[in-house]
Write a protein that binds this ligand. Sequence first.
Ligand code: ZN
Ligand code: FE
Length: 262
Amino acid sequence: MSFSVTPIACLSDNYAYALVCAQTGALAIVDPSEADPVVAWLGKNLGQKKVTAIWNTHHHPDHCMGNEELVAKYEPEYVAAHVSDKGRVPAQTKYLNEGDSFKLGDLDVSILHIPGHTTGAVAYVVKDGNDTAVFTGDTLFLAGCGRLFEGTPDMMHASLQKLAKLPGETKVYCGHEYTASNLKFALHVEPGNEAAKAKAASVAEARAKNRPTVPGVLSDELATNPFLRTDSAEIRGNLKIDANASGGEALGVIRKAKDNFR
Ligand code: ZN
Ligand code: FE
């Protein structure tokens, strides 16, 4: 890997991330919900590097409220979010569209527009040689997906399927530490899923040691995440989703069941 990603725990269960290009030292901070933990991390790790960029996955305060303080302190080259989030993301200077690509140091970055949780949600796909990482915000969580605050089930389904086409070994960095509770729901709707059982055991172990469950691996998500498994006969049977229902319809039912799951 010629890049590193460090999760920085923020608020009660958010992650900001520090992405560093090993060759050039270029550094992006992803989704700083608050400045203090990020400033503390940078204080220990910045060295000769500077903050090149701030990347926001969407406009919710728990993903961008640290922007202004970090901009004042580190003067990054730009603050990026989707073009439609103009006016909703503090200090935004770069307006992203589906398919945009640019560099962070030597790293190739490309943008996927993934509406559903919000209409302006984006994923940042980072590639270097065979290594791929994706920052998914509140759209794809490990073993779950975000609530549909602004989008429709069809939108979320299409967005998740877009992410599903990334290479299977892609590392998934999401916005919240929700993995353990997401897996409870995953096993509730698909109790026969052996991959989800194994994942729940390893996640329980990580959380008992207070370790983050990020990053996940995309191929594991395809095997365990009910929102990527709208074709599963077991899930459809348990939630009484018609075998002929579309993926979007199925996702809508699964999402409702999750909203009401305790
Ligand atoms: Zn959000
Ligand atoms: Fe969030």
